[in-house]
Design a protein. Structure first.
Length: 364
């Protein structure tokens, strides 16, 4: 199997099979019922286990991010949400109960799950807006009412949904009487909630901030000395680079504030690998590190730098990149989602291979 597929496959195996297996075994071993009814219970239990996993993944656990990579972790998070919702819909359509409060808590949790998945698919991912200009324009118009603060509160509704499902299960007498199952069920819930509430102490960092969002536009109002809580660092750029041959050239392409992580890579690998840094901005004043990179290009023969106002076209890229880079280079692209897709499409047209790319799409 391709080494790049081993870790994602292992993660999916653990999430889809190993994690829910103890609960499924305890339920099916302790409950005597028809295959149809047990299947209904199993569908709901799988959906709940996956939902707990989604809540945990939303905290971006650093150990998993380092091992799997942030883009792949986001992909697992999103696909698992769709999978959990599909199982929940099947469970709701096949179920029948005379327990009034059990039915009510189940349906309320379902509505919250539907709202959460559709909201995340539109506002918090690039599944729609990366490929549909109309969806991107609509998202931009709706960003004022559905700002980051609203997104945080909607995300917290996941905990309400979990609480409703917890009550839903405890209100079913046949399940509540299965002591071993209920103990494990409560432990799973407690671990997920506690893990999602824990945060690591933030380090001291330097920030590059573009004032485009509902929070960043007000960054100037923050008084000096105000405590700031940070998460991270995230990303696997260094691990991906270290996995290549020692002298593999690097092509780093930044759009706007996407220069931030690439500047760190330049500082890390300049003089150790051939590096070509390409940086496009909207206006000349956004080239914050122009002097720094130009001076570095004068001192280091293996470092090439180009910046420009406006998008990098296929024709322009053809003049800036060498034949050796097209064949051997590791390419890292950071910027807006649509910009990243456009750059990668242009590079493919110039003879680059998809396996050469690593990207970070600044969708959120």
């Amino acid at each position: 199997m391709n080494k790049r597929l081993v870790r994602p496959t292992l993660v999916w195996l653990i999430i889809l099979v190993i994690l829910p297996l103890p609960l499924l075994w305890l339920l099916n071993a302790g409950l005597t019922d028809s295959f149809h009814n047990l299947l209904i219970y199993d569908l709901g239990l799988l959906a709940y286990t996956y939902w707990l996993t989604i809540v945990y993944l939303s905290t971006r656990p650093k150990w998993l991010e380092r091992w799997l990579g942030l883009p792949k972790m986001y992909l697992v998070h999103g696909l698992l949400g769709v999978c959990a919702l599909a199982l929940t819909l099947l469970h709701s359509q096949l179920s029948f109960s005379m327990q009034r409060w059990g039915v009510l808590t189940g349906w309320l949790a379902l509505y919250l799950a539907i709202d959460g998945v559709f909201y995340a698919a539109f506002f918090l991912s690039g599944w729609l807006v990366d490929y549909s200009p109309r969806a991107a324009k609509l998202k931009k118009r709706l960003q004022r009412p559905f700002n980051h603060r609203v997104s945080l509160w909607l995300h917290r509704l996941n905990f309400v949904a979990i609480a409703l499902i917890w009550f839903h299960v405890h209100l079913i007498p046949r399940l509540y009487q299965l002591t071993g199952f209920i103990i494990f069920f409560d432990c799973y819930t407690l671990v997920a909630v506690v893990a999602s509430a824990s945060q690591a102490a933030p380090p001291e960092v330097k920030l590059v901030i573009d004032r485009v969002g509902d929070f960043t536009k007000r960054i100037g109002q923050v008084p000096p000395g105000c405590p700031v809580v940070l998460q991270g660092p995230f990303g696997r750029f260094e691990q991906e680079i270290e996995a290549t041959a020692p002298k593999t050239p690097l092509v780093l392409i930044a759009m706007g504030v996407g220069i931030a992580p690439l500047r760190s890579l330049v500082q890390r690998y300049v003089g150790k690998r051939p590096i070509t840094l390409l940086w496009s901005v909207h206006v000349p004043t956004e080239r914050y590190f122009e002097g720094e990179f130009k001076d570095l290009a004068k001192r280091e023969a293996t470092f090439a730098y180009h910046s420009q106002v406006g998008r990098l076209t296929k024709e322009r890229l053809a003049t800036l990149l060498t034949e050796s880079e097209r064949v051997r280079a590791k390419v890292i692209v950071v910027g807006s989602a649509q910009g990243v897709l456009a750059i990668e499409g242009a590079l493919l047209g110039l003879g680059f291979k998809k396996r050469q790319f690593i990207d970070e799409r600044l969708t959120i």
